[in-house]
Design a protein around this ligand. Structure first.
Ligand code: KIV
Length: 271
């Protein structure tokens, strides 16, 4: 019997059951009430309130500028919209790298003020203390390895990570450590598909990929990218399921034309 079809609310336990039953997990980002409502109604398993909000909602070049208050605003908007899925909120850059106390305080604020169900952090051994402390408060943690956009100025580029054996070995070690200390899932971003499969086979918790091939336990995409709202970003891993940039632009152009021709409003559209 299918796990995901039989749950009214997705929890971290549901996701573990899905991995154990070999059922793929679906995850998308959302940042606002209206789109989150549609994404949840369509049956998504996890909504990630990603710090990619910094790019797609606020127009920043990187994920670094978004603040904890802004993440809480986006998180609470999404939580008000959903009925079924699990909501995970990203801890923003600077809120957890300094020390474990700051990481715990930031996570508690996210859980209390947004109503989210879990938090996500980028990194492995370097942030082990922070993750451990957050977990002691009973807050579920999702890890994130591979391309970690909050470290873009260390990497220098957004190219595929862990192609070399040394980096791949560290990533595998980090994944095992995240499982051991109690993370409920791990996101792997932009790494070779073979390595992602090795990780998914080596840990018992769900592994969710973005640009990490098909042999993992689930997939995540940025909503605005897969809907074709953003048009300038086209990595190889991105499949576009709609072209909303052209749809929205066409609708707005039609509205402008109707207003100029005094075609809108018509007799039926007034009081
Ligand atoms: O912020 C985000 O959208 C993410 C996904 C790319 C996994 O972290």
């Amino acid at each position: 019997m299918s796990v995901h079809k039989n749950v009214k609310r997705v929890t971290t336990h549901t996701l573990q059951e899905m991995k154990d039953a070999n059922e793929k997990i679906s995850m998308l980002t959302s940042y606002d009430y209206s789109l989150a409502k549609i994404v949840d109604a369509a049956g998504i398993d996890i909504i990630l309130v990603g710090d990619s909000a910094s790019n797609v909602m606020a127009g920043h070049e990187t994920t670094l500028p978004i603040t904890l208050d802004q993440m809480i605003y986006h998180g609470s908007s999404v939580v008000r919209a959903i009925q079924r899925c699990l909501v995970v909120v990203d801890l923003p850059f600077g809120s957890y790298q300094g020390n474990s106390r700051a990481a715990l305080d930031a996570s508690i604020r996210i859980m209390k003020e947004s109503g989210a169900h879990a938090v996500k952090l980028e990194g492995g051994a370097e942030i082990k203390d922070s993750i451990t402390r957050i977990l002691t408060a009973g807050i579920p943690v999702m890890g994130h390895l591979g391309l970690t956009p909050q470290s873009i100025y260390k990497f220098g580029t957004y190219t595929v990570r862990a192609k070399e054996e040394a980096e791949a070995a560290k990533l595998l070690e980090d994944a095992k450590m995240l499982e051991e200390i109690g993370c409920f899932a791990i996101v792997l971003e932009k790494i070779p598909a073979q390595l992602a499969k090795r990780v998914a086979d080596s840990v018992t918790i769900p592994v969710i990929g973005i640009g990490a091939g098909a042999d993992v336990d689930g997939q995540v995409l940025v909503l605005h990218d897969m809907l074709g709202i953003t048009s300038e970003f086209s990595p190889r891993f991105l499949r576009r399921y709609a072209n909303l940039y052209d749809e929205i632009k066409g609708a707005v152009a039609q509205y402008i034309d109707d207003v100029r021709r005094v075609d809108f409003p018509n007799d039926k559209e007034q009081y």
